[in-house]
Design a protein around this ligand. Sequence first.
Ligand code: GLU
Length: 515
Amino acid sequence: MNDKMKVRTRFAPSPSGFLHVGGARTALFNYLYAKAKGGDFILRIEDTDKERSTDSSIHTILESMKWLGMDWDEGPEKGGEYAPYKQSERIEIYQKYTEKLLAEDKAYRCFCTPEELEDRKQKSDSIGIYDGKCSHLSGEEIETKLTNKIPFSIRFRTPAKKLVVDDLIQGKVKFETKLLGDFVIVKSDNFPTYNYAVVVDDYLMKITHVIRGVGHLPNTPRQVVIHEALGFELPVYAHVSEIVGTDGKKLSKRAGATSILAFRDLGYLPECFMNYMSLLGWMPEDEQEYIPQDKLKQIFDVKKCSKSPATFDVFKKLKEGEQVDFNSLDINSLAEFLNPKSKLNWLSNKYIRDVDLDYLVKTLVPFLKNDQTIPDRVKDASSEELKSIVDSIRVYLDRLSQAPDYISEFFNNEIYFENAETKELILNGNGRLVSSKFFEIIKSETPSSPDDYKSMISKTSEETGEKGKNLFMPIRAITTGKSHGLELPVLFCLLGKDKLLQRMKFIGKQIELEF
Ligand code: GLU
């Protein structure tokens, strides 16, 4: 490609399952690179494997892309100059090129059955390379077989040569094409194979950069020789590093190759998840990992990606021998496997603190749906009451799905001690005295801001002589029944004096402490 060409990248998923982190990261790097270069990002559905492709998979892939905010410029639902963007609708296009290859003897029909191929493979010591049985059939032989309707596939006549692919990330990679053999480019059902369709489409769709997982590097020489045979200019290749789990092993079903939509349901914001994924194999020059989307779209550069595997640290390392299929877990069970110290959680907390409050509340409302303690009037994005509560609790959240527990705190008046240890916080030492004094002070004053409550806690300290833990823990326990949670002055202020006193009475009764 020359420098004046508009950058065009593509994400080309095979719709045989959901979109997982590996695929989404590939999509993201293509998206960001196109955006950073003022180019176009194309979505193409590679559904030539009839057996494995499903419409529901296409649906989840599109839904995941939309959730992440990776808006494609051309593709399904959008159309574009090079439509259709679904390979199963492009069969005639591939046929045209196949005829050309056949006419130029760069491809040939192979009438061997799968059973014959397997049988010969077992008997030979080759590594599964086609033995070329049909490579030199005479015109007559071919005609007879065609007349007899013998099914055939089409094989590419691979020229034996040394190839060097100059990869933007992996550097110069050498290949010997004779190790590829004459591979199939059109299956007996007339559908092209992946390696063939991808070449025709990348060319026709004017793709300038092919950015994809390093697992596709071994496919690249096949694609290069087809490009050359058809006289197509090569795109620039960039193969991004593998993603490994916290255990250092390739992400698999067990180690967390979870659907992208699970991260939405776990309560991560899409902007945050995008930021997190951008760091899987790439790092900005200033090494600042919190990168708002506008900036990401400007500074991302695929050339700066690393060759080393990237660690997806979102889930805890499983114990030796522990077997879990992450995709069969419901969201609450999946949440148990989250690594609380992940980079994702760290970033997520930053995003939840920083994003626009109205947007945060709107995104959070669906998570409140099943909480019975929270009144319906509050489960509404326009509720001012909800907004002020969310604003006061956002600093505590790593995920939106943690919000109901905090929010219900404001509406639950029948609070019980979470456990015996929390009770002990009041029963031991000066806990009773601290609790009573605090009650009296609040009762006799008219607090209206978190600062007012702060000074009342200080006053309790002066009057009881208790400080630090011995002061705060009993106050927390008598007001919340818990040993940790929201910042107390903020909570008290949002509850208001009357509710706070009522709560203390209710909790106090459980330990025979009457105020
Ligand atoms: N359909 C291929 C896949 O899902 C695309 C590979 C490519 O980007 O060339 O892995």
